[in-house]
Design a protein around this ligand. Sequence first.
Ligand SMILES: Nc1ncnc2c1ncn2[C@@H]1O[C@H](COP(=O)(O)OP(=O)(O)O)[C@@H](O)[C@H]1O
Ligand SMILES: [Mg+2]
Length: 304
Amino acid sequence: MNPISIAFHSYKGGTGKTTIACNFAAQLARKGNQVGLVDLDIYAPSIQTYFEIEPKKWLNNYLNSSSDLSDVIVDGSQFVKSGKINPGDYNPKGKSTNTDGGNLWLGFSNPSSEEVLQLETTGTSTAREILKKLILLKEKMLTDLRLDYLIIDTSPGIRTWSINALAISDILLLTLKSGDIDSKGTKRLVEDIYDTFTRHGSKSYLLYNRVHGYCMPPKDFLGANNNKSNPSYKEGISGLAKENPLKAGREPKLSQELGIKTISSIPCFCDIQFSEKEFLTVLNYPEHPFSYYVNELIAGIGSA
Ligand SMILES: Nc1ncnc2c1ncn2[C@@H]1O[C@H](COP(=O)(O)OP(=O)(O)O)[C@@H](O)[C@H]1O
Ligand SMILES: [Mg+2]
């Protein structure tokens, strides 16, 4: 299989790009793939919250030319295996800690406002330079780490960083929330940007997330200690539907209007939405219906 790069993008923020990108990447690695996940949402980076790590170096150091790429990429394979990264697992020089299966390589973006501003104003400030850096990032990660998949989390909208992230992607997943279905902005984004990339060989899909209709796990879903051995957990899981109204019935109207297929429609799950802390559902609760939808998305990409 040729390696593929996949961007999670949206018109507005808060559609679930980061949540799905992180779960999708971790699940691909669990299934034995070589996976890279990079946070190119440089304005509001957040993948580090899912992997509970404060890296020593960030993608910013690569993008502003103060470090080599190999010094900023973190081996997260152990996290996929055991749910945590120990300081010793930080392994920037390309020897994986997970020998029996897939690997997950992570590139974090620095959330400090000074660092965000610095990327905007100095160093890689022109669009062409940014694009050159990103093309090199892709080529190096695909080749040096022998990736099967490069997953890219992006900033919403049409700023330079977002467009350049899309430019290095083979598959563009335009993520929408239920309420965005008729958004004019989304239509404009597709007509102005996506159509151009599609003409040059990328594939685009709509990805609906937080679709209404299913929610409300039982009150005591995980119990007081967030414990999945709580008896009501199994009961709760079986109460969460795996059937989806958008999938079962009509292709969403917007999909028809834009001529872009819908690759998946993921319901909104209250336990994910109202959790105090972000977590990787596919690792913590593999039997959760959200994990089922992530698997479905993986299958969809496989046949894309
Ligand atoms: N399918 C879902 N069901 C419930 N909550 C979700 C779902 N997908 C994402 N969320 C929640 O929505 C919020 C925004 O998601 P996030 O991934 O940060 O969006 P984005 O990266 O597009 O800004 C987060 O609190 C996340 O936990
Ligand atoms: Mg995000």
